[in-house]
Ligand binder design. Structure first.
Ligand code: ADP
Length: 215
């Protein structure tokens, strides 16, 4: 009898782990890395495997530009120069994503946060929802590799900001404004570096190990 109860308890716990990760808590993952590090590619795969909502701020902004909305037109002036769009705009975007996805299993954030202000605002928004940032997956690469990848992407997609001078500016902005987040998340023991050069599947397997260790 005792054994059966224990076995049932174990089955229930496994079930919760498999389908809910943690009762009443979301699984929120930040994809971190320089432009061209592969955040988007891996974020899509993670979202699919763990049933999370993939949120790419770059894609959201490009969609706004495509719709010629006021927000899009404002964002374009920054994006074309390789500069960051103002924090307040991005915080509003993420707030509305969170409001729309309150019952989701979690979020994979790709391209956000990119500044300390954004990271602090994200923590406030998640705290209000009683859910944390669970882990930050940092894709590590080298500048030469990033530039090669982005120039290749320019040929494939014609993205306006994948020109050599704008790419160099984006890398500089990453170093100045986004890299300080490494210390922010290391202090919280949430920072998980993953080697970002190799096959997409190989890198994905390494990322899954980090996630599976946590859930
Ligand atoms: P990448 O990571 O390859 O630079 P993204 O699509 O993530 O590409 O971003 C493209 C541009 O969109 C950035 O250079 C920036 O201008 C703007 N952007 C995206 N996310 C943010 C953010 N969180 N804060 C400010 N600007 C952002």
């Amino acid at each position: 009898m005792g054994l059966t109860m224990m076995a049932m308890g174990e089955i229930i716990r496994k079930f919760i782990r498999l389908f809910n990760y943690k009762p009443f808590k979301m699984l929120n993952i930040i994809m971190f890395g320089a432009p061209g590090a592969g955040k988007g590619t891996q974020a899509i795969k993670i979202a699919e495997k763990y049933h999370l909502i993939h949120t790419s701020t770059g894609d959201i902004l490009r969609a706004e530009i495509g719709n010629k909305s006021e927000l899009g037109m404002k964002a374009k002036t920054f994006m074309d120069k390789g500069e960051l769009v103002p924090d307040a705009v991005l915080v509003d975007i993420i707030r509305s994503v969170m409001e729309r996805n309150k019952t989701a299993k979690g979020l994979v954030l790709d391209g956000f946060p990119r500044t300390l202000v954004q990271a602090e605002e994200l923590d406030k928004m998640l705290n209000a929802n009683h859910t944390p940032v669970n882990l930050v997956i940092a894709l590590e690469t080298k500048d030469e590799e990033l530039i090669t990848r982005l120039l290749k992407r320019a040929l494939e997609t014609g993205r306006a900001d994948d020109k050599e001078d704008v790419i160099k500016q984006r890398l500089q902005v990453y170093k100045n404004q986004t890299e300080p987040l490494i210390a922010y998340y290391k202090k919280q023991n949430k920072f998980h570096p993953v080697h970002g050069i190799g096959s997409i599947e190989g890198i994905f397997a390494d990322i899954c190990k980090e996630i599976d260790n946590l859930i």
